[in-house]
Design a protein around this ligand. Sequence first.
Ligand code: ADP
Length: 270
Amino acid sequence: NEDQQLELRFMPYGEKQLLLLARDVSQLHRVEKMRRDFIANVSHELKTPLTVVRGYVEMIQEDNDFSDHWSRSFDTIEQQVTRMDRLVQQLLILSRVEVSGDSEIRTMVNIPHLISALVEDASVLNKNKQHRMSFDIDETLGVMGNESELKSAFANLLVNAINYTSDGGEIQVSWQRIGDHCVYQVCDTGDGIRPEDIDRLTERFYRVDKSRSRNTGGTGLGLAIVKHVAQHHNAQLHIESILHKGSTFRIEFPAEDSFILGENYPHQQS
Ligand code: ADP
């Protein structure tokens, strides 16, 4: 039947024979799809009430001259609504990228342009932290892909570097062609990650230090999104880190998906 999905696996059987194992995974896939649809629907339904609450809180704060106590209370409500809003946004992005997402919509993406927009947004976040940021961007290098997915993934790595580095640290962002790959890399001198945690970072809601992540407004979904976006683009996510020294997150795209920006734009790179 059309809906039926089988998982086939060959296993050695004796010296010269192979055993073919067939497992019906249709039910498993149906349940998985229901889970994803449910999360996407709930997140979508939460968007409107959150926008309304945020609107009223802002209006009340603007129109009244409250005592310290009330003004602190409203600030807390606003912060929590912002956190929930971010969680809902990230859940919606994740439920989109967990399936094929929008990745069928592929265009020639001007990556240097995308990075400079992200850096501008991140500068607000970096204001209090005062990190020194340096850039090594190949202004002529673009890649075929889904722009909004790439934007989410690149932003998550940059925001994490800012958040998980103590004030006054160093962050390097680079976008370069290296051998057979086009590499987006974010390197920080931050908290670092233990080797045993590295493999689990891309799991949904996995956070090394929950309270630290919450304080930074983290949702625990950022790297799960990065992993799926990388998969959609036939790219590899590499994480290297030394505890208390810093981390490097790298996404390596196949060079055959790149093209040269500028005069010839949008001709593909050979
Ligand atoms: P969060 O929203 O909590 O930041 P992520 O999925 O983006 O979720 O990251 C998962 C966890 O990985 C974080 O909670 C943090 O513990 C760790 N992490 C991510 N990026 C870095 C980094 N640059 N330096 C140190 N730890 C990091």
